[in-house]
Design a protein around this ligand. Structure first.
Ligand SMILES: CC(C)(COP(=O)(O)OP(=O)(O)OC[C@H]1O[C@@H](n2cnc3c(N)ncnc32)[C@H](O)[C@@H]1OP(=O)(O)O)[C@@H](O)C(=O)NCCC(=O)NCCS
Length: 190
């Protein structure tokens, strides 16, 4: 895979940019919220070394080898960390998977929907992706709502197909968005 040119995108009050070393403490703090390892592959207990490895090794390595575009979502004015959004497992054939979490204090304000809409549009436009996949543990209705608001279609359930942060294997919902899918009615971030 060719490497990806690190990108920065401003969308309203959000700024999406590659992770920087000084994000380690903010990532460590955000991932203390048990809701994040409960629903994602973030490890638990989440130690500072996990944040350091994510920010300084995993994220830059994925950009460099072209397999992932991992963005910090920060407040465009204050630079405070709000969320994480990523296109993962990017392939030469134009597939990618979406991953995200929102820091607890920033939830319920539309941050995640706007960040997902932005990175999805960038993935189809700048990277020329053909399909973006989404998976969430069955019962993660907040994540499902974000995905549906951003134009993803729920396709079904896979049994025991996801291993979450505490090592549990769980059933997951799967869905996707294709480049020409229409935005859902009422989506303000189309
Ligand atoms: C899922 C998550 C990212 C949603 O973040 P958020 O900031 O609440 O998202 P938004 O503010 O953009 O809200 C999007 C929609 O979800 C709805 N929503 C939020 N929490 C919800 C909940 N617990 N149940 C049902 N709907 C919920 C919101 O009401 C909103 O819908 P609306 O505009 O129709 O009112 C956040 O809860 C989170 O980080 N969870 C832990 C990590 C995680 O689950 N990541 C995804 C793994 S697949």
């Amino acid at each position: 895979m060719p490497s990806l040119e690190p990108a920065e995108i401003t969308a309203g009050r959000l700024h999406l940019r590659p992770w920087r070393p000084y994000d380690v403490d903010a990532v460590h703090e955000a991932c203390q919220d048990p809701e994040i390892p409960r629903w994602t592959q973030v490890p638990t207990p989440y130690e500072r070394r996990h944040a350091e490895d994510f920010v300084t090794r995993q994220a830059p390595a994925a950009w460099a080898d072209g397999t992932g575009a991992l963005f910090a979502v920060v407040d465009a004015t204050t630079e405070g960390l709000l969320a994480s959004v990523a296109l993962l497992d990017i392939t030469d054939q134009g597939d990618a998977d979406l991953g995200y979490w929102c820091a607890a204090p920033a939830r319920g304000q539309g941050v995640m929907s706007q960040a997902v809409t932005t990175v999805t549009r960038w993935g189809f436009g700048a990277l020329g992706l053909a399909r973006i996949g989404w998976r969430a543990q069955v019962g993660n209705t907040a994540s499902l709502r974000v995905a549906e608001k951003c134009g993803f279609t729920l396709e079904g359930t896979l049994r025991q197909a996801l291993v979450v942060g505490d090592g549990r294997r769980v059933d997951c919902w799967v869905g996707s968005r294709l480049p020409d899918d229409p935005p859902p009615p009422g989506n303000l971030h189309r």
